[in-house]
Design a protein around this ligand. Structure first.
Ligand code: PEP
Ligand code: MN
Length: 375
């Protein structure tokens, strides 16, 4: 690893070197004509780049190997949402594939509700089903979700419709019992800083959809992702879901610049959740179109067969017909912007090789995957 310090003062150079030494990183100085380089001679490959780029005086970080899990220098990460037994083919996101749409209710409200909606979600062209079973509600008096029973209903609904299922876990204890009924673990905005939960999800063999905290910076989101990646789970999708600003016409403010910036910094797929960002159903379609136009790899959208009757987040729930129109727009916009990639698919046939992507559990195998296959 080499840090370029431009024409930094002696004091700044010394501070950078001391900072590195404090982290146990030996380094040596190279003075060139117009810049000063600090060459880190210890092995720093597994450390995330922002540790260095955020040091005062560091203008550029040059990696000499591509072992950083988050690194943009890797080939784009492809995350496989479903396994061979999820009855849906292998739904894949990232790596230049067409964007995917995940949809379903804010909360799983009952067996019939989710089974009926799953069929509509499938018919709309969305490729995965979402639904909350453990709901992190702002008020302790609000519906907290159906828990494991809800997950069982959703898994049944997903299998019937041929859709992999995505749901949030809010504690470490929920991971093991939930796992058989989930294809993707979601980490909600309120838990982005729950590092113990992130580490435990990093030890799982299922993808993680990590949502940005409502007041989290882009770097904090990336640092949170590293907790998962460093435990060996490289199947991570980042999700922009709106941040808190002074604006109060909308529930949050959709930060589309985050999508472009994150894509410039990492190899991970980036999704957008317009539902929690804007909070009002009439704006979900325009924000979805904008998200795809700025490079999002997918959308996660709340829908309901009778939106006004939703137990939670009714104001942002859309009907299946609106969802179908959004999926259609998504495909049109993506094809217009990526004419040479038209014909690519986000659903692959199930092959042993492909489903193996989901079962890379150990740190060592994750590194190997990152370094050699670029996954
Ligand atoms: C959700 O997707 O169900 C949810 C609660 O969203 P967020 O964590 O982004 O608020
Ligand atoms: Mn919701």
């Amino acid at each position: 690893m080499i840090l370029s310090l431009g024409n930094a003062s002696e004091k700044v150079i010394e501070e950078v070197r001391q900072n590195l030494l404090a982290r146990g990183l030996e380094n040596t100085l190279v003075k060139c004509a117009k810049t000063t380089l600090v060459v880190i001679t210890s092995d720093a490959d597994s450390l995330p780049g922002h540790i260095f780029s955020q040091m005062d005086g560091v203008q550029k970080v040059v990696r000499l190997s591509n072992r950083s899990p988050l690194g943009k220098d890797l080939a784009q990460t492809v995350v496989t949402l479903s396994t061979a037994n999820s009855n849906s083919g292998l739904v894949q996101i990232g790596g230049g594939r067409p964007p995917i749409v995940i949809s379903g209710p804010c909360a799983i409200e009952g067996r019939d509700q989710i089974i009926e909606l799953a069929q509509e979600v499938k018919a709309s062209g969305a490729v995965a089903l979402r639904g909350g079973a453990y709901k992190p509600r702002t008020s302790a008096y609000d519906f907290q979700g159906l828990g494991l029973d809800g997950l069982k209903y959703m898994k049944e609904a997903g299998l019937q419709a041929g859709l992999p299922v995505v749901s949030e876990v809010v504690s470490i204890e929920q991971i093991e019992p939930s796992s058989p009924y989930l294809d993707v673990f979601q980490v909600g905005a309120r838990n982005m800083y729950n590092y113990e939960l992130l580490k435990e999800l990093g030890r799982q063999r299922k993808p993680v959809l990590l949502k940005r905290g409502m007041s989290a910076t882009i770097d904090e989101l990336l640092q949170a992702a590293e907790y998962i990646l460093l435990e060996g789970n490289l199947q991570v999708i980042l999700c922009e879901r709106g941040i808190r600003t002074f604006e109060n016409r909308t529930r949050n403010t959709l930060d589309l610049s985050a999508v472009a910036v994150i894509k410039s910094l990492t190899s991970l797929p980036v999704m957008v959740d317009p539902s929690h960002a804007v909070g009002k159903r009439e704006f979900i379609a325009p924000l979805s179109r904008a998200a795809i136009a700025c490079g999002a790899d997918g959308l996660i959208i709340e829908s309901h067969c009778t939106p006004d009757k939703s137990i939670s987040d009714a104001a942002q729930a859309i009907e299946p017909s609106t969802l179908a129109a959004i999926v259609n727009d998504t495909n049109i916009i993506w094809a217009a912007l990526n004419p040479s990639a038209v014909g690519r698919t986000n659903i692959d046939e199930v092959t042993e090789e492909a489903s193996a992507v989901n079962v890379q559990g150990s740190k060592a195998s994750a590194r190997t995957l990152a370094g050699t296959t670029g996954i």
